[in-house]
Design a protein around this ligand. Structure first.
Ligand SMILES: Nc1ncnc2c1ncn2[C@@H]1O[C@H](COP(=O)(O)OP(=O)(O)O)[C@@H](O)[C@H]1O
Ligand SMILES: [Mg+2]
Length: 235
């Protein structure tokens, strides 16, 4: 059974239907990417999984239905969401943001994990007492990711982690995501417009077009697909 199994997922905003019944899954340990142009419904897909928009359809996580669950219930079940445009509290310090990420945990290893993420992202260690809002876009994105990881999620939802970041920073960020997946086994569902970098760390992927999945395959298949190459890889 897949870690996340989604069937006939529909979602929208009031009378506006955005997702028209999509099916996808994420297996344990996979990095799955959802590619799609602006407005195709990528953010809505992640919001639907996190209980932030009205949905219908099946969403089964770790064998349990989380369809219609509230955001805090989804988080409690082991799914962390890094929203588009950072997910940090700007007037809290770096360390306060990281500790906030661990609020669902009952164990006593939060301090150990803090050190692990400071090691992974040395810039955050240097800035641990600074307000998050004063940091660069790249640093805030690293903080948002580390904060999500502080919950020790089994699945992380990442909404366009590359958005607004310089190419070199983005490359480093994706390398770190790949390392996190490999070293910790954390499964990831990444929505991205930067297909080249996303496919480099992905196991499989889907292409979303106006709320429907039009292509799916392994990362290698997608990278070799003519339509995908033209639309997302600029080849
Ligand atoms: N809060 C909202 N209210 C109404 N329509 C929205 C809202 N957010 C997004 N939409 C619409 O839903 C569609 C998909 O948006 P979104 O999921 O953000 O796409 P993407 O993340 O792929 O760019 C777009 O047509 C967008 O205009
Ligand atoms: Mg979006």
């Amino acid at each position: 059974m897949s870690l996340l199994e989604v069937r006939s997922l529909r979602a929208g905003y009031g009378p506006v239907e955005v997702l028209r019944g999509i099916d996808f899954h994420v297996d344990e340990g996979e990095v799955v990417v959802i590619l799609g142009a602006n407005g195709s419904g990528k953010t809505t897909t992640l919001r639907a999984l996190s209980g932030m928009v009205e949905t219908s359809g099946e969403v089964v996580f770790d064998g349990r239905s989380i369809a219609g669950a509230r955001p805090e219930q989804v988080a409690q079940a082991g799914v962390a969401h890094v929203p588009q445009g950072r997910g940090t509290v700007t007037d809290l310090t770096v360390e306060e943001n990281l500790r906030l990420g661990a609020y669902t945990r009952r164990d006593k290893e939060v301090g150990t994990d803090l050190e692990r993420w400071y090691e992974m992202f040395p810039r955050l260690a240097e800035r641990r007492q600074q307000q998050a809002g004063g940091m660069s876009g790249g640093e805030q994105q690293m903080l948002a990711i580390a904060r999500a990881m502080m919950a020790r999620p089994r699945l992380v939802l990442l909404d366009e982690p590359s958005l607004g970041l310089a190419p070199l920073i983005t490359q480093g960020l994706f390398r770190t995501l790949g390392d996190m997946n490999r070293d910790l086994g954390t499964s990831m569902l990444v929505v991205e417009q930067n297909a080249t970098l996303a496919l480099a760390i992905a196991t499989r992927g889907y292409v979303l077009e106006t709320g429907e999945i039009v292509v799916e395959g392994t990362a290698t298949e997608l990278a070799g697909n003519d339509d995908v190459r033209k639309a997302y890889l600029g080849i």
